[in-house]
Design a protein around this ligand. Structure first.
Ligand code: HEC
Ligand code: HEC
Length: 197
């Protein structure tokens, strides 16, 4: 909460002293402002648990927002913000984050885990592609360069049927993940996190 207050104060001060064009003039910035408390400045999260939003495909972004807002993808943290994005206009917020330059995730690269993860990635390439960049036309997200902790946590949620339970589009992915030991899921998270650094 304190971070939010400090950030809002900073915003007011910046606006007061703002003569020329700056980050505040980027379309959608005002609507995306509340997100920075958790997802970092311009959507470049600096913590291992929080996903990076910078450069995210608008289609995947909007699906995530709809799923959180409807409660289909349960998250007590995201549900209120997803509802807020719906009210503000998901297109503007999605467009703002898609236009931001993605920075590498925080956290060290565990080389041994990356090597093991690369060897296990064939099971994922059918959908996420050899590069992990996904396939926007099939609503398969880019999973490269996200924090390893976030990717690992999502894989465990898929495995336990706690991410979007009952979403038929995800049945196939979940059946693949359920056959993979937890340690290997952690290796896969390290591998995909390391791509694009
Ligand atoms: C209180 C902290 C918090 C705030 C503020 C917040 N988020 Fe999130 N966000 C999270 C967490 C935690 C997750 C991961 C939830 C999960 O397990 O699915 C997440 C996930 C997401 C995802 C899904 C990412 C993916 O790769 O699937 C999107 C999109 C998102 N947030 C957008 C936003 C937007 C837009 C805002 C501002 C309007 C916002 N968030 C504000 C905590 C927050
Ligand atoms: C049958 C196709 C398919 C296969 C195989 C597959 N995925 Fe996915 N994956 C998807 C789809 C579709 C989504 C989008 C989920 C959604 O819409 O919420 C996804 C989402 C994810 C996410 C969440 C990304 C985010 O930003 O929250 C991760 C992580 C992931 N996949 C990792 C993997 C890994 C690792 C493997 C291999 C073990 C794998 N996937 C295999 C289709 C697949």
């Amino acid at each position: 909460m304190r971070a939010v207050i400090v950030a809002v104060t900073a915003l007011v001060l910046l606006r007061a002293g703002d003569a020329g064009a700056g980050p505040l003039d980027t379309p959608g910035y005002d609507k995306a402002f509340a997100c920075s408390a958790c997802h970092g400045a311009a959507g470049n999260s600096r913590t291992d648990a929080m996903p990076i939003l910078a450069g995210m495909s608008p289609a995947y972004f909007k699906k995530a927002i709809e799923d959180y807002a409807s409660g289909r993808r349960p998250s007590p943290e995201m549900e209120p913000y997803a509802k807020m994005v719906r009210t503000l206009g998901a297109d503007a917020v999605a467009g703002y984050f898609a236009a931001q330059r993605r920075e590498p995730p925080a956290g060290k690269v565990d080389r041994a885990a990356v090597t093991r993860g690369r060897a296990a990635a064939a099971a994922c390439a059918a959908c996420h592609g050899d590069t992990g960049k996904g396939d926007a036309a099939r609503a398969v997200p880019d999973i490269t360069g996200q924090p390893a902790g976030y990717l690992r946590n999502q894989l465990m949620l898929f495995k336990a049927e706690r991410r979007s339970p009952g979403d038929e589009a995800l049945t196939k992915m979940k059946s693949v993940v359920k056959t993979i030991p937890d340690d290997t899921l952690a290796d896969l998270a390290a591998y995909y996190s390391s791509l694009g650094r």
